[in-house]
Design a protein around this ligand. Structure first.
Ligand SMILES: [Ca+2]
Ligand SMILES: [Ca+2]
Ligand SMILES: [Ca+2]
Ligand SMILES: [Ca+2]
Length: 517
């Protein structure tokens, strides 16, 4: 394998970007497979994992469910499903099997079944909503919290006039130094999927398309829509292997090591419809999963997508050819004839980055193993100067080392596939930096709402009265990442050499080299 191709995001990004141009589904994991597209309550749309910027002794995991929630979609607003087992799984031994599992089980309560009102007589929270939800948190089979409240959805200025107060009732401190939140939020994923679905269009580059149109800014198709977030903040020790890190890292001074994370949902195997009622029984069957963004969307064949959703990362080697010989890799050149065709087979780079982790950064497994997990090296602190393009700008505290809310995974992938790796990777790893490939973008660079600077970080949901106004405005191009804990600003990072990829020098000072841009 070409050494440069082994490096960081090159391949991963390449494949995913190609897929972006294919016209295939690319709303991270919204409606990505035939069966789950008909079961939105169980559809895991995105997974994020990062060292908490305001509490670096902890890690925050966020799993989103229910795609494209219309804010005004009442009178039955969006709920977690009482019949779904929502979960987060963590592998800390590098075998693609969970060592730590958190489950979230919801219960819906209706105060007055005789009323047609979902929200009750408001305003909330002074007057309780008619429909409310509570949930239990279960860790490795043991209930660690129960009866936690889910805040009401954001209905409008009459029913939910002070949504910040309402949302704050949903932040729960639970045993073991953990925090948890489950409820409606703005969908943090941003992308111009409307143009991408239309023959792989990138609006800013419309003039270069095989079927040219007038260039414009991007449109965030997720903009103005909500989702249901489950956010969990835990001490790093809650995820780490009991006996230290599982896989040796180059130049490591590691304490907690790298974990692989995936999220998903399961349902009982049997569901019986009766007049006005549904009863379920039987063992749980997994219906949704998500580790790295865009795997099931763009790598896995249509006939395998629902099967893929039902499986465990430990079985992912069965899909190796989908990584090494991606079907979609040949499409980019057809859609944008002026962009050189990427490598279309033998993509060991994709298998490495997405299935094993980046050597020296967050590798968890090697050889012929392949597990789709979002890998997070918990010993890398939040970046002093976080960048939405993450590793493309030398910021290794972001994707593909975990994923922060503001990481622009679409642009990262587009530029890498087009060999427009940017100055940092070009200078430090010799990766190509073609122009204008290094500015390729869907024209969406930032979420339509600012993220919170504290747990649960995801922005408040759009309210039904105002509606999704962001949907009809051009994408945000830039934004400011949440500020870090001051004690980490400018502090040298001491996680070893991070001598992955082409660069093999010793004693790399991350603070000076990786974060300088
Ligand atoms: Ca999904
Ligand atoms: Ca394991
Ligand atoms: Ca959003
Ligand atoms: Ca973008």
């Amino acid at each position: 394998m070409n050494h440069a191709r082994k490096m960081a995001v090159s391949g991963a990004v390449a494949l995913l970007a190609i897929s972006a141009l294919s016209g295939g589904a690319m709303a991270s994991s919204h409606r990505e497979a035939p069966l789950i597209s008909k079961d939105p309550s169980a559809d895991n749309t995105d997974l994020y994992a990062f060292v908490s910027p305001d509490d670096p002794s902890t890690v925050t995991l966020i799993a989103d469910y229910i795609p494209f929630e219309e804010p005004g979609g009442g009178p039955n607003f969006y709920n977690f499903d009482d019949n779904v087992d929502y979960w987060l799984k963590i592998d800390n031994t590098g075998d693609g099997n969970a060592d730590v599992t958190y489950e979230f089980r919801f219960t819906t309560n209706v105060a007055n079944g005789g009323s047609f009102l979902y929200s009750g007589y408001g305003p909330i929270p002074a007057v309780a909503a008619n429909v409310t939800q509570t949930y239990d948190v279960i860790r490795n089979g043991v209930t660690i919290a129960s009866g936690l409240t889910v805040p009401a959805p954001n209905i409008g200025p009459r029913t939910t006039p002070d949504y910040g107060t309402i949302a704050s009732t949903g932040v729960h401190s639970i045993s073991g130094g953990r925090q948890v939140f489950a409820g409606q939020r703005d969908d943090p994923f941003f992308a111009d999927v409307g143009s991408i679905f239309d023959l792989g269009g990138l609006r800013p580059f419309n003039a270069d398309h095989l079927i040219p149109l007038k260039p414009t800014k991007g449109v965030d198709v997720l903009g103005g829509y909500n989702t249901n977030s489950i956010a969990l903040q835990v001490p790093k020790s809650d995820l780490a292997a009991a006996s230290g890190r599982p896989i040796a890292q180059a130049g490591s001074s590691a304490t907690f090591g790298t974990v692989g994370i995936w999220a998903g949902a399961s349902r009982p195997t049997e569901s019986v419809l009766d007049a006005g009622n549904v009863t379920t029984s039987g063992p749980l069957v997994q219906v949704s999963r998500l580790g790295n963004p865009l795997i099931n969307e763009v790598l896995i064949g249509l006939g395998q997508k629902d099967e893929w959703n039902s499986e465990n990362p430990s079985g992912d080697a069965a899909y190796t050819s989908r990584y090494t010989d991606p079907e979609l890799a040949s499409i980019i050149h057809a859609v944008y004839p002026t962009i050189p065709s990427p490598q279309t087979s033998g993509r060991q780079d994709l298998m490495l980055i997405l299935g094993q982790g980046v050597p020296g950064l967050n590798q968890t497994n090697s050889g012929s193993t392949l597990y789709d997990m979002l890998r997070l090296n918990m010993d890398i602190p939040p970046a002093a100067h976080p960048h939405r393009l993450a590793v493309l700008k030398g910021d290794v505290a972001g994707f593909p080392n975990g994923r922060r809310l503001f990481d622009d995974v679409v642009d990262i992938e587009l530029r890498a596939v087009a060999d427009g790796y940017g100055k940092f990777l070009n200078q430090n790893f010799g990766l190509p930096n073609l122009k204008p490939n290094n500015i390729l973008s869907d024209g969406c660079g930032w979420n339509d709402k600012p993220f919170l600077q504290h747990f649960p970080y995801v922005a408040a949901p759009w309210n039904g009265y105002t509606g999704g106004v962001a949907r009809v405005t051009p994408c945000m191009q830039h934004g400011s990442p949440p500020a870090n804990d001051p004690i980490h600003r400018g502090t040298a990072v001491t996680t070893g050499n991070l001598a992955f990829g082409r660069w093999t020098g010793a004693g790399l000072a991350i603070d000076a080299r990786f974060y300088a841009s």
